[in-house]
Design a protein around this ligand. Structure first.
Ligand SMILES: [Zn+2]
Length: 108
């Protein structure tokens, strides 16, 4: 699927902190595995940066699996043990994701 289409679909997703819808310009497509897409989003309104995992199919709205703010991601990384299965899946994905993901987040 085209990344531009993914971005357009993701504008239906709202910021988990303030409820503002994400703007196409503030969505970065990081990668995908089949229908599971990983994106980095920045909220226009409250400037929260989040990592979103969503199942995106052309014929329906994206289904957000998890969205983690940068701070939450740091916390999970420190703890090392996750309870929620979906987050664990995402963690496993990220481990396979050529390591680039956490590098993205460690860039200040
Ligand atoms: Zn926000």
């Amino acid at each position: 699927m085209e990344e531009n289409l993914i971005k357009r679909l993701m504008t239906s997703i709202k910021c988990g902190v303030c409820g503002q819808r994400y703007d196409v310009d503030n969505i970065d497509v990081l990668g995908h595995r089949e229908d599971l897409w990983f994106l980095r989003v920045v909220c226009l309104s409250c400037h929260t940066q989040a990592l979103v995992a969503a199942v995106v199919k052309e014929d329906r709205l994206p289904e957000v699996i998890t969205d983690l703010t940068e701070a939450e991601l740091d916390r999970f990384r420190d703890v090392g043990v996750l309870t929620a299965d979906d987050v664990l899946d995402m963690h496993n994905f990220l481990k396979d994701f050529d390591g680039g993901f956490f590098r993205l987040f460690s860039q200040k």
